[in-house]
Design a protein around this ligand. Structure first.
Ligand SMILES: NC(=O)c1ccc[n+]([C@@H]2O[C@H](COP(=O)([O-])OP(=O)(O)OC[C@H]3O[C@@H](n4cnc5c(N)ncnc54)[C@H](O)[C@@H]3O)[C@@H](O)[C@H]2O)c1
Length: 437
């Protein structure tokens, strides 16, 4: 690393540490680069295996322990680590709380969980209490109590907890971040986004039962998967960093998609084709912020449809319709009141983080590279001993949409208040900076 790069690196680390309130990270840039990061991984199914591959692709990262209730999944993970040329990790497979033993190991810096949703908060609490950094798959929590537990435990232990919201690191999402920060769209007004992705095959087993996802959808009605769309919006809109969500109201349609899928898959007389499902097919939520922004959010995963996150990003100068590849910006777009394509803006406003990591990210991580960057960003924070870029307040705020929408839907769409997990710090927290890796 040349001297200028080294100095910039150290300065950035110090700034990040100061922002995090964790104190300046000790050590030189070279030490950070070389310092090993030891990660224990809980839940090595589909997503956990992808995260494991990404972790193994990062220099200086080792995985001394893995945990899964399914011994075959744990063995597969052990084999993967060994194949990558590292020491075979110890496996924890003794029941659904065996991650408690993993968290207590003294050779881990961080614990990452990719279990079913209901285990995310318990694993994170155990990790932080054992003095480890925590990273969880999405959503971080399912109830308000869990959201507050994450915040309180992180504050009490001084250990960061990051929800691995990979969509925040998609190339186009990062480019929009730069556009917003550079004021191209003016003052931000409104966002629209959704997790719109048919996933019905993930809800039913081949044997005629419900998977863990299916069980949640059978029993709950609200926005059960809000973090992919709200993560980017919260960063673009400085939520918890100058603004905050104050209210939310949510409504769901009738439920048809799960029942009809079960009937098609198992036959009309099958119990899963005859039972009722709580989750409405399309859930729509309206959020309002303290400073006067609004968000329309969708959860749409239960009927036949192509994937689309939408991402309408609207400011006082114009708007982007990311999913439709359309943009209109006053005095910049070539024709008055006529759309132009959005795609060229992605290159024009390429984010420095994307430029720094693109080659490795595309090679080593799914979702176009977003998976690599989110894991890399977490690992770098652990290595430097600083706050994670997505902090515990992000995790709690973005996940709280699950219980708050369930509450609002149950009350016929009544407006509910959004708690302030930052306890007032949102007013002075600085916005997420635009900077490289
Ligand atoms: N960020 C993304 O793009 C993305 C994509 C897919 C999944 N996910 C998230 O990843 C998580 C896992 O999803 P998946 O598709 O891999 O599910 P999966 O069912 O394939 O994997 C879950 C794994 O956890 C194990 N497990 C269950 N209970 C456990 C316990 N108590 N202790 C240890 N292991 C346990 C299961 O045996 C399984 O191997 C979910 O939270 C999901 O929302 C995120």
């Amino acid at each position: 690393m040349d001297e200028i790069t080294r100095r910039a690196f150290v300065q950035r680390s110090a700034t990040a540490a100061a922002v995090a309130g964790l104190g300046a990270a000790a050590g030189t840039a070279e030490e950070y680069t070389l310092k090993p990061v030891r990660v224990g991984l809980v839940g090595v199914g589909n997503r956990g295996t992808a995260l494991l591959n990404t972790l193994l692709s990062l220099p200086g990262v080792s995985v001394p322990a893995v945990c899964d209730i399914d011994a075959a999944a744990a063995t597969r993970a052990q084999d993967l680590v060994e194949k990558a040329g590292a020491k075979r990790p110890e496996a924890y497979t003794a029941g659904e709380r065996d991650w408690e033993r993993l968290c207590l190991r003294d050779d881990l810096d961080a614990v990452v969980t990719a279990t079913p949703w209901e285990w995310h908060t318990p694993v994170m609490l155990a990790a932080m209490r054992a003095g480890k950094y925590g990273a969880t798959e999405v959503p971080a929590a399912l109830t308000m109590e869990e959201c507050w537990d994450l915040v309180k435990t992180s504050e009490e232990t001084g250990k960061p907890c990051m929800m691995l919201e990979n969509v925040n690191y998609f190339e186009n999402v990062l480019a929009v971040m730069r556009m917003v920060r550079e004021g191209v769209l003016g003052e931000m007004l409104h966002f629209e986004a959704g997790y719109q992705h048919e996933c019905r095959s993930y809800y039913f087993t081949e044997e005629g039962g419900l998977t863990w996802r299916g069980r949640h959808l059978a029993e709950k009605n609200g926005n059960l998967y809000p973090t992919h769309p709200i993560g980017p919006i919260a960063w673009w809109g400085n939520v918890n960093r100058g603004d905050r969500f104050v209210t939310l109201s949510s409504v769901s349609t009738k439920s048809r998609g799960l029942k009809s899928y079960a009937a098609e898959k198992y036959g009309a007389e099958h119990p899963l084709a005859k039972r009722d499902y709580a989750m409405g097919d399309v859930n729509t939520t309206l959020l309002r912020t303290e400073k006067g922004m609004t968000v329309t959010l969708y959860f749409d995963m239960c009927t036949p449809r192509p994937y689309d996150l939408i991402f309408r990003v609207q400011g006082t100068n114009g708007l982007l319709m990311v999913g439709n590849d359309k943009a209109y910006i006053d005095k910049i777009s070539p024709e008055d009141h006529a759309w132009e394509p959005f795609a060229p803006y992605v290159k024009k406003y390429a984010h420095p983080l994307w430029k720094d990591l693109e080659a490795e990210a595309v090679k080593n991580g799914g979702h176009g590279g977003g998976d690599y960057i989110v894991v890399q960003q977490f690992v770098q924070a652990v290595r430097k001993g600083v706050q994670t870029p997505q902090d515990v307040y992000d995790a709690a705020t973005w996940s709280a949409i699950v219980p708050l929408t369930m509450d609002s839907v149950a009350k016929g769409g009544t407006q509910v208040e959004f708690p302030d997990f930052t306890k007032g710090k949102w007013e002075t927290n600085p916005p997420i900076p635009v900077m490289g890796a």
